[in-house]
Design a protein around this ligand. Structure first.
Ligand code: FBP
Length: 560
C-alpha cells in the first residue's frame, strides 16, 4: 500500500492528476445508451469458433451514445476485477475508472479485487477495493494494488471452482484485464457461464505493453505508450553514449513476446543504426545467418568509415520469426509437452538436450546442437501456462553478437576496414512495464475501466472494453464493446488446436513499417540519433500528451 510518508514528491504530485473522460461517459453510466451494430464473425476459422462458442458467437459490436439509462442505477451490483499476465502501466487506473463508474451509478455498488491474477479466483482470495485503497494507487504504475499472474483457467475442474467462487461471492460481473491469452480466457468463461445460465458479465480490457492486441476496433492496448517511452529514453541515452565514446556496438533486446511493435516504435523515437523486425524476417524467410549477415554488413560499412560503434534494436520475439528457429520451437513445444515428466526428472542440461534431440527430426536436432548450450537450454525452459515459449529468458542478442563477431572477422580478412568490433548487451523489458503511466495511458486506462463498468452494469458478457479515436483529445474518444469471439482464430498451443484471440503482428504493408523502410538505410550509416528523454508528466501539452508514432501513423488515413 502506498502510504503518504512513503511517497516521493513525484508520486504526491502525480496523484493529483485527474484523468479526462470521453464526453460520452461524463454524465455517468446512467446517461449512456448502448447501441448494437451488426452481427459479427470471427477473424478466421469461423465454423470451428462458432461451434466452440454456441452461446456467445456472432454478438454485435456495441457503441455508446448519450441517453437516459436510469435503470442501471436502480440495482446494486458486485463486480470483481482481476489483473492478468505481464504488468502494463495504467492497470491501476483501469481499476480506478471501474470503481468510479460503478459508484457513480450507485454508491452501494461494490468492487472486489481478486489477488495475484486468475489464481486469486481459483483460491477465492480477494479484497474489497475501497475508496481509500483506490486513491492511493491512482496514476501509479505496476499492478501491486492486487498483483497479477499467468494462471490459465482451463480444466473443467477450474471452471467449476470459478463458478462456485463467483456465485458464492455473489459476483454480477468480472472485469478481466489482460492480453490476448487472458481475454481468450474471459471469452471461455463468458461462454461457460452463459451455458450454465448464470448471469455473470465477463468484460475484457485490452492490456499488454507488446501492442499486439489491436484490430479495427481496438487501436492500441494500454501500456504500450508508457513502456515504449521508457525504453526510448534508455535507448536514446545509449545512442548518445555511443556517439560520445565511439567504441562499442550496443545490442539492445526489447520486450515484445511475439510482435515487433515495441522495437519499431522505439526505433522511430530514437533512430538507431539497425532496427530488426521479426515479421520482416519471417516474410523474407531469412535464415539466422542471413540476419547475421545483414547486421555484419552494416558493421563493416561503418567500420570502413572508421565508425566502430552503433546501436542495434532486437525484438525479443525475433528468434521465433526466423523460420528454421520457429520450426524448432514448434517441434520443441510438442516434445516438451509430451515428455514433461521425464524431462523434468533430468538434472543436467546435456542430458535434456540429448534426450530432446533424439525426439526431433534430424535437421532440427542438428540445428539444436549447433546453438550455444545456453541458448538451447533457454529454448527448453518451461512454457508459460498458455503454452508460449518464454522469449524474455532467451538471450537472442548474445547469440547474434557471437555470430556477428565471426562474420565481421571474415569480412575484415577481405580488407577495407579494421576489425574492432566490440559489443555490449542490454535487455530492456521489465524496466518499462511498471513505469508511472503517461498522460495518455492514465487517461486511456481510466476510460477503459469506466467503460467496462458501463458494460457490466448493462449486463453484457463476452465483450472487450473499447475506446477509440485515440489520436484525438480524450473528450472526443469513442466508447463501446467488441465481442471477444470476433477476434478469435484457431492456433496450436501445447500440442493442441485451441481458440485464441489473434495477435496483431506488424503489417509489412502498413504505414509504420513503410516509414521504417524509408529511413533505415540512412540511419544505418549516419548518426541520425534522436534523444527523446524521459516521459514528461507536467509541462507543455505537445510533450506531455504526445501519442506513439505507431498510433499516429496507423490512424493517419487508416495507416495507408
Ligand atoms: P502480456 O502479454 O501478458 O502483457 O506480457 C507481455 C510481456 O511483458 C512480454 O513482453 C514478455 O515476454 C513477457 O511479458 C514476460 O513475462 P513474465 O513477466 O512472465 O516474465
Amino acid at each position: 500500500m502506498e502510504k503518504q510518508n512513503l511517497m516521493s514528491e513525484f508520486q504526491k504530485a502525480r496523484r493529483k492528476f485527474k484523468p479526462a473522460l470521453p464526453s460520452v461517459l461524463r454524465g455517468g453510466p446512467q446517461s449512456v445508451k448502448p447501441k448494437a451494430g451488426k452481427r459479427t464473425e470471427s477473424v478466421s476459422d469461423r465454423e470451428t469458433v462458432k461451434k466452440l462458442f454456441p452461446n456467445t458467437y456472432g454478438m454485435p459490436v456495441i457503441s455508446l451514445a448519450k441517453g437516459g439509462n436510469q435503470q442501471v442505477s436502480k440495482k446494486t451490483v458486485r463486480v470483481g476485477v482481476v489483473l492478468s499476465g505481464g504488468q502494463a502501466p495504467g492497470g491501476h487506473n483501469v481499476i480506478a475508472g471501474l470503481y468510479d463508474g460503478l459508484k457513480k451509478a450507485n454508491r452501494k455498488n461494490t468492487l472486489i479485487g481478486f489477488l495475484g491474477g486468475p489464481s486469486g479466483i481459483l483460491e477465492n482470495k480477494w479484497i474489497e477495493l475501497t475508496g481509500n485503497i483506490i486513491d492511493r494507487y491512482r496514476n501509479t504504475g505496476g499492478f501491486d494494488m492486487i498483483q497479477s499472474g499467468r494462471t490459465k483457467i482451463e480444466s473443467p475442474e477450474q471452471f467449476d471452482v470459478t463458478k462456485k467462487v463467483l456465485v458464492s461471492n455473489k459476483i454480477d460481473g468480472l472485469v478481466v484485464t489482460g492480453g490476448d491469452d487472458s481475454n481468450t480466457n474471459a471469452a471461455l468463461l463468458a461462454e461457460y457461464f452463459k451455458k450454465e445460465k448464470l448471469p455473470v458479465s465477463f468484460i475484457g480490457v485490452p492490456k499488454t505493453i507488446d501492442g499486439d492486441l489491436k484490430n479495427e476496433q481496438v487501436e492500441t492496448s494500454f501500456g504500450f505508450d508508457t513502456a515504449t517511452k521508457v525504453y526510448s529514453e534508455l535507448v536514446g541515452n545509449t545512442c548518445r553514449d555511443v556517439n560520445s565514446g565511439r567504441k562499442y556496438w550496443h545490442f539492445i533486446r526489447l520486450m515484445g513476446r511475439s510482435a515487433s511493435h515495441i522495437t519499431m516504435e522505439v526505433g522511430f523515437m530514437t533512430q538507431p543504426n539497425i532496427v530488426l523486425v521479426g515479421e520482416e524476417v519471417l516474410a523474407k524467410k531469412m535464415t539466422l545467418s542471413q540476419v547475421v549477415n545483414y547486421i555484419a554488413d552494416i558493421v563493416a560499412k561503418r567500420a570502413g568509415d572508421k565508425k566502430y560503434f552503433g546501436v542495434v534494436l532486437v525484438p525479443e520475439g525475433l528468434i521465433e520469426f526466423i523460420p528454421e528457429m520457429k520450426e524448432l520451437i514448434v517441434a520443441l513445444n510438442d516434445v516438451l509437452a509430451e515428455n514433461e515428466k521425464e524431462i523434468n526428472s533430468m538434472a543436467g542440461i546435456d542430458e535434456k538436450r540429448n534426450f530432446v534431440c533424439g525426439k526431433l527430426e534430424h535437421h532440427l536436432a542438428e540445428l539444436m546442437r549447433s546453438l550455444p548450450l545456453g541458448i538451447s537450454s533457454q529454448l527448453m525452459l518451461d512454457r508459460d501456462p498458455h503454452g508460449n515459449v518464454q522469449v524474455s529468458q532467451i538471450e537472442t542478442e548474445k547469440l547474434l553478437i557471437d555470430m556477428v563477431k565471426t562474420r565481421v572477422s571474415e569480412l575484415a580478412r577481405g580488407g577495407g576496414f579494421k576489425n574492432k568490433f566490440t559489443a555490449v548487451t542490454h535487455f530492456f523489458g521489465y524496466e518499462g512495464r511498471s513505469g508511472a503511466p503517461s498522460n495518455f495511458d492514465a487517461n486511456y486506462c481510466y476510460a477503459l475501466g469506466y467503460n467496462a463498468a458501463v458494460f457490466a452494469l448493462n449486463g453484457y458478457t463476452g465483450y472487450l472494453s473499447s475506446v477509440r479515436k485515440l489520436v484525438k483529445k480524450p473528450e472526443k474518444w469513442e466508447c463501446g464493446g467488441i465481442p471477444l469471439t470476433m477476434m478469435m482464430n484457431i492456433e496450436r498451443r501445447k500440442g493442441k488446436e485451441k481458440p485464441v484471440i489473434q495477435k496483431a503482428l506488424v503489417k509489412l504493408n502498413g504505414k509504420p513499417f513503410k516509414m521504417l523502410q524509408k529511413d533505415r538505410d540512412r540511419w544505418a550509416v549516419t548518426e541520425s540519433y534522436l534523444f527523446p528523454g524521459p516521459i514528461q508528466y507536467f509541462g507543455p501539452s505537445s510533450v506531455t500528451d504526445m501519442t506513439t508514432k505507431t498510433l499516429k501513423y496507423e490512424q493517419s488515413k487508416k495507416g495507408k
